[in-house]
Design a protein around this ligand. Sequence first.
Ligand code: KG4
Ligand code: ZN
Length: 374
Amino acid sequence: MVEKGKPRSIANTSGANARPTSRFSLIPVVALQFYRLSVLVLGIETSCDESGVALYDVGLGLLGHALHTQVAMHRDYGGVVPELASRDHIRRLPVLIRQVLEESRRDLSQIDAIAYTAGPGLAGALLVGASVAQGLAFSLGLPCVAIHHLEGHLLAPFLSGSPPELPFIALLVSGGHTQLMQVSALGRYELLGESVDDAAGEAFDKTAQMLGLGYPGGPALATLAEQGSATRYVFPRPMLHSNDLNFSFSGLKTAALTALKRETAGHKAYADLAASFQAAVVDVLVSKTCKAMEQTGVKRLVVAGGVGANTRLRAQLSEKARVSGFQVSYPKLEFCTDNGAMIAFAGALRLRQGQTDGRFQIRPRWPLSSLSAL
Ligand code: KG4
Ligand code: ZN
């Protein structure tokens, strides 16, 4: 499957592991945009339980993407089993890469750079993506771009036809993170607040598990909530009035468990519990997000990450945006959860700045605010 690439002309010889940098890294941004050159970036995402691959062309946009979710494999265990996740990524990536190239009518020799998720995430899963990306790049003589998974999520709305303008506030709500970020420019991310314990997605998943909805439970809990009453159970709104922009969700999950233990099992009770729980999480997310908009005076909001697919969250944020006079952007639903397209896109942006990386590295823990500007 690996073909010899076209010759790369310019060598970056700093360090033993240096490899040729892309010729495009030397072309000024303006020139790239003006001539709309075809610069093709292969994106690889393997931070957790989804193998995602995509091809992004700087001139033409997203050419194709493919995703394999490991949900069925992990379901029996009630959560992600890291070793199984890594092994499955090894199996899936070659197939997905072939599929995306075929569907995009491109071949390996046409790729200009490979972007991969270097962190944060499960170390073993990240290692698979990094190995495939670095191995392929080395054999083709291409540059590699190490991408921060959350930057990928944050830039996902830019894959749509009407990308948000800068500056904006980002609400990042995934299975592993709940953060409010101020984005003054691409690559400049300032943390305003975050969860001090469980992430919102994690709380959704754990509560769904209690209700017997399987893994990952977020979407299933949201579906069940549509049939229930959001006011039957009065759950706490943790840290709603704290004097900061932080969140806490682990107590809410315990409150849901306590209510569940008092209930006789039944569809109606479970649906009410799901709806009441969801309402509490969404209320806190919306309230803190609005506080961040007020405090910073920024007039645009981007919602990213898997929980950003939640219908109630979207409806309430859109309503607040209408009343308070700010704009809100969401990624397309398919790019809310983990995917290769957001990694390929972030890779194209960092490649444009010459931010390639010859080192083999993964960063399971990696603060978003430590990234260099774009
Ligand atoms: O961003 P993502 O795909 O992966 C991480 O980077 O963590 O987010 C996955 C999380 C899971 O916790 C999942 O249950 C949650 O997003 N999720 C939802 C919904 N869709 C996905 N939570 C609530 N409502 C949804 N509709
Ligand atoms: Zn994610």
